[in-house]
Every structure is written in structure tokens, then in C-alpha cells.
Design a protein around this ligand. Structure first.
Ligand SMILES: *Cc1c(COP(=O)(O)O)cnc(C)c1O
Length: 352
């Protein structure tokens, strides 16, 4: 029999997410997933693997709350920020009626999660300066329960104007949640909207250890929101979302020392980013390097497909953005080590 006939209709239509590692190739310079380029060194200290872990490990929650400047009751930890994106939909959206809204070009998982769950989506593309089209959003709010806004935005690297986020929060008060995805906020720490949680019961903030904390392989993310939202998420999250080794390492990463190390990495990476951006801008095949508040650069080339495939054949894996809305001609390049960035420049210089 054709098993595919048994698969849910909306799932039959899906194609698996083009995740960083699924792209294949035999690259040795991976600049396509905004990972930190060097592995941190942690040792496991917990040996009680015969026991189930704590559902919400208290030390992880307390450390993150302190780091973020919120109360522990305003934090839930999950298997990466990606799981949090989906938990919000599972807790707040009725399949087939409720709608999530997002503003491309932006992070791909808002769409993937909605489609997997059978939740409707609406897109309101950003304006030409990659800022929110508030008027367009206002006209598309029917049945919208969740609005995902990424700031700094992936893949463009810009911050969303705080006044616009405020206007959006006021616009949808009492009818929808506004989720600010701050996966890259450590690269622009003063831009967080975390202090607004006191004023907006419908504000949600997503965070992760995958980017500045250099722990993408750990799968650990956080949702910050007021208690009623956290309580709703507690109802739908898996019983043991964090394996004991994950909680163990997350606790170390969120210690005073761990946070100092992360901040040092951010400073170094931001310096490398400025240097790399200057070198790229000087190349004739580069049309524009956009300012970035994150750990990647959004670069417009005359021929982005050629750039992507030429570098691919040399083992340098970038992220071709041409399939995303409004991203024709764009390549997203994660900031690697100095050597990795130099390799990109050398390879680009060889393209005529
Ligand atoms: C990387 C990324 C995430 C996912 O973070 P994980 O914690 O690794 O699941 C979420 N949002 C954005 C915008 C990202 O770039």
C-alpha cells in the first residue's frame, strides 16, 4: 500500500526544512547556519542518567532569568528556540482557523511550524528598508493570533525599529501575541525589548544558546513572557524537554564565567565582522554589504548563484537567499574565524 496516503494531508505537501547540515556537500568552511565558528569546551558533571531530568531545571531557569533581567516565573526553557516557535502555535492557535503572521524576508521556521501543524499563515513583506509595514499588518489582522517579528532579523541583519514594535503591540492589544525573536540579541544587547514585559502582557521574547553562546549543538532555547503565557506553554511542552547533559552544560554556559566568555566572543566576532564587511565592500563583484547587528552579513552580488556554487565547489558553504521573498541576488554569510573569512575573500577575488 502507499503509506503516503495515510500521512496527514498538510504533511504530504511538505518538504523537509533545508537545515544547515542537510544541504550536503563536503565543505570544510561552514558559513551557512550562523553558528559560532569555534567549539567551546565543557565537561559533563551530572552522572545521574538513570533518573529522568527535571522538567524545567531550576538552576537553568534561575540563571537565565538573572542573565536576562526577568523573574524566573517569566521563563520557560525548551529544545532550542525552534521548539518555542512551535509551542506558541500549539498553545494558542486552533488549526484551520487561527492564523500566524510574519514579515518576509525573515526566519523560515515560522512558516515551517505553521504548515506542519495545519495553522494558516499570512505574510506582510517588510518595506524596502526591511522595516515593518504597519499599515499592511493592520489590514491583515483577521484571525491572527500570533505575530512573529525577528530582531535583529535573519537573514537581513537589521534591527526592527523599537517604535514600530511598540506601535505593533498597541495595534494588536487584546487580540494577538507579538513574538520578538531575539536569537541574535547578544550581538546588539542594548536593543532587547525585555524591559517592556512589564507593560505588555501580550509580548513574548525568544532567546537561544545557539548563536552567541556557541552552543547550537546543545539545543537549548528560552521563552520570556508574563506568567499566563508561560503557564499556557507549560501545558503543551513535552514532559522532559531538556536532557540531563543539556541542562548540565547550559548551567555552566550561564555561569558568571560562561557569560563573560560569551561577551568576549561577541566583541571579537563584531570586530571580525567590521573587517570582513570592509574587505567584501571593496570587491567589484559585490554590489552591497548591508549593515548587520548580528553574526552574519547579508551581501548583494551581481550574480549570487554563481558566487554560491563557485565557493561551494571549493568547500566554502554559504547560504543562497535567492528563493526567499525579496532576496533575489542575496547571499547570507556567517562570520567565521579570521582564516575562514580570508578564505571567502580569496575565493571571491578569483571570480571574474
Ligand atoms: C537560529 C535561529 C533560531 C533557532 O534557534 P535554536 O535555539 O537553535 O532552535 C530561532 N530564530 C532565529 C531567528 C534564528 O536565526
Amino acid at each position: 500500500m502507499d503509506i503516503n496516503q495515510l500521512v496527514r494531508k498538510n504533511v504530504q505537501k511538505l518538504t523537509p526544512y533545508q537545515s544547515a547540515r542537510r544541504i550536503g556537500g563536503n565543505g570544510d568552511v561552514w558559513l551557512n547556519a550562523n553558528e559560532y565558528p569555534v567549539a567551546p569546551n565543557y565537561q559533563l558533571t551530572e552522572q545521574t542518567l538513570n533518573r529522568y531530568p527535571e522538567a524545567q531545571p531550576q538552576q537553568v531557569i534561575d540563571s537565565y532569568a538573572q542573565y536576562a533581567g526577568v523573574n524566573p516565573e517569566q521563563v520557560i526553557v525548551s529544545r532550542g528556540a525552534d521548539e518555542a516557535i512551535e509551542l506558541l502555535m500549539r498553545a494558542f492557535c486552533e488549526p484551520d482557523t487561527d492564523t500566524v503572521l510574519y514579515c518576509p524576508p525573515t526566519y523560515g521556521m515560522y512558516q515551517v511550524s505553521a504548515e506542519t501543524l495545519g495553522i494558516k499563515t499570512k505574510t506582510v513583506p517588510t518595506k524596502s528598508d526591511w522595516q515593518l509595514d504597519l499599515e499592511g499588518i493592520k489590514q491583515n489582522l483577521d484571525n491572527v493570533k500570533l505575530i512573529y517579528v525577528c530582531s535583529p532579523n535573519n537573514p537581513t541583519g537589521n534591527l526592527i525599529n523599537p517604535e514600530d514594535i511598540k506601535a505593533l503591540l498597541n495595534l494588536v492589544k487584546d487580540r494577538a501575541l507579538v513574538i520578538i525573536d531575539e536569537a541574535y540579541i547578544e550581538f546588539s544587547p542594548n536593543s532587547t525589548v525585555v524591559s517592556w514585559l512589564n507593560d505588555y502582557p501580550h509580548l513574548v521574547i525568544l532567546r537561544t544558546l545557539s548563536k552567541a553562546f556557541a552552543l547550537a549543538g546543545l539545543r537549548c532555547g528560552f521563552t520570556l513572557a508574563n506568567k499566563p503565557i508561560i503557564d499556557a506553554l507549560q501545558k503543551v511542552i513535552a514532559p522532559y524537554p531538556l536532557a540531563t547533559p543539556v541542562a548540565d552544560i547550559a548551567t555552566q554556559a550561564l555561569s558568571k564565567e560562561g557569560i563573560e566568555t560569551m561577551r568576549l566572543h561577541v566583541t571579537n566576532l563584531n570586530n571580525q565582522k567590521e573587517k570582513f564587511a570592509k574587505q567584501l565592500s571593496a570587491l567589484p563583484i559585490v554590489e552591497k554589504v548591508y549593515p548587520s547587528e548580528s553574526n552574519y552579513l547579508c551581501v548583494k552580488f551581481q550574480s549570487n548563484k554563481e558566487v554560491f556554487s563557485k565557493l561551494w565547489h571549493e568547500g566554502i558553504i554559504l547560504r543562497d537567499q535567492s528563493k526567499s521573498i525579496g532576496q533575489n541576488g542575496f547571499v547570507r554569510i556567517s562570520i567565521g574565524t579570521e582564516d575562514e573569512c580570508d578564505a571567502v575573500i580569496t575565493a571571491l577575488k578569483a571570480i571574474k
